[in-house]
Design a protein around this ligand. Structure first.
Ligand code: ZN
Length: 417
């Protein structure tokens, strides 16, 4: 008797959704968003158990508690698959310098750039790092983002990189979102190191084993760019990481062509991110490897770049496209994934459907979490957002430039906002 009572309490019906986008794991041309009208979601133990038109609901759920969502539009909680939200300080000075025409190199020479952020971040202890990131994550939640990937990469030493990763672990119990942790020790060569090869050795022989032992990261990422790490160094780091069981990611082809995208495809990385300058051969390799391209239009736009990765080329090549904020203090200080979806359409030429899949199911694919988050399918965590009364279609998110018409947010079936 106690058991059936418990089951009743843990099972809930969310009904009265005029339009629900389920974001199916496999896209179809006819219905990429998986639209259901007059939809019902049955949630059991924080997980989607059944989803479909209310009229087709199975008999077995007849007596469970009901939440009527009043004829509104809903979709899965958004997934931001590329962020750097743990950092100290800001880059306000750099922002002004850039508007006055200073180049990246000139800003670095004037004492700005990434090393400013490294200095500010190194000055924080583990809890202070978490304290700096938490309000950012809370604002992201208010914008409907229920899964967030966070990278290290502003520590750049064994001590400080592990401290950043531990702060991400700490945040997991402090915010409702699901957090994914990525080690980006190869972000830039630290200022105090004269020999980049020595730093790469430290990453491989000291940092990676300790990160693995403490289970501090799901992915290992590298910044493969001239001025950061070359293809050979990235290969060494990623092959070691792969052998240790980490998922692989790369920042590649953001500022120019280096061959990083091809390396990512060759190593079957989960995602290659930026890819602004990737060639058609690179895209063919990504498609063959099943590697997701994570497009970050807000970063390209913010830096005044002209070379946007046009969606048509990725579509033609058959590459999965995800979108992310790249939230970081230097090149993309935004927490608004809905705005990024708008940029995906307006600047990259994605369809509204591609942009919406790019911030949900395809972003989940870029985190190896397909079927767990980013889709409302049986077995997925019951993360969903309910839009305001005057929203009649989910495509209004990219259309209205930003995800600010949210009336309710549910994480694992519980209201959080
Ligand atoms: Zn990044």
């Amino acid at each position: 008797m106690t058991k059936s009572k418990k089951d009743t309490r843990q099972t809930q019906r969310f009904c009265g959704l005029s339009q629900l986008s389920t974001m199916p794991v496999t896209s179809s041309d006819e219905d990429p968003l998986g639209i259901i009208e007059d939809a019902t979601i049955i949630v059991e133990n924080e997980t989607v158990r059944w989803v479909g038109p209310g009229a087709e609901e199975p008999q077995q759920y007849a007596d469970i508690p009901t939440v009527d969502l009043g004829g509104r539009v809903a979709l899965p909680g958004l997934v931001d698959c590329h962020t750097h939200v743990v950092y100290g300080g800001d880059r306000l000075e750099d922002f002004g310098r850039r508007t006055r025409g200073m180049t990246y190199e000139e800003i670095l020479a004037a004492g700005g750039g990434i090393h400013t952020t490294v200095n500010h971040t190194r000055a924080l202890d583990e809890q202070e790092m978490a304290d700096a990131a938490r309000p950012r994550l809370q604002r992201m939640l208010a914008k409907g983002i229920t899964t967030v990937e966070i990278k290290s990469g502003y520590g750049l030493s064994h001590t400080h990189e592990l401290r950043m990763l531990r702060s991400i672990q700490r945040l997991k119990s402090q915010v409702p979102q699901r957090l994914v942790s990525t080690f980006l020790g190869a972000h830039v060569v630290p200022k105090e190191v004269s020999d980049p090869a020595e730093y790469v050795d430290t990453i491989i022989t000291k940092m990676l084993p300790d990160i693995q032992a403490e289970k501090l990261a799901d992915f290992v990422d590298v910044f493969c760019e001239s001025g950061a790490f070359d293809v050979d160094s990235c290969r060494r780091i990623l092959e070691s990481a792969r052998d240790m069981g980490f998922g692989l990611k790369l920042h590649a082809e953001q500022l120019g062509w280096t061959g990083g995208t091809h390396l990512g495809a060759e190593l079957k990385a989960t995602s290659v991110d930026h890819v602004d300058h990737a060639s058609d051969e690179d895209l063919a390799a990504l498609a063959a490897a099943g590697t997701v391209a994570v497009l970050l239009p807000s970063a390209t736009l913010y830096l005044g770049g002209q070379s946007f990765p046009r969606a048509e080329r990725f579509r033609k090549a058959g590459v999965s496209m995800a979108l992310a904020t790249d939230c970081n203090p230097g090149s993309s200080p935004t927490e608004d994934l809905g705005l990024v979806a708008s940029l995906g359409c307006a600047v990259l030429g994605m369809t509204p459907e591609e942009a919406l899949r790019g911030i949900t199911v395809e972003a989940a694919r870029a985190l190896n979490l397909v079927g767990e988050v980013g889709s409302l399918v049986p077995g997925a965590r019951a993360d969903f957002i309910v839009l305001d009364e005057d929203v009649r279609d989910v495509r209004e998110i990219p259309y209205r430039m930003g995800c600010d018409r949210i009336s309710q947010i549910f994480v694992a079936g519980a209201p959080v906002h």
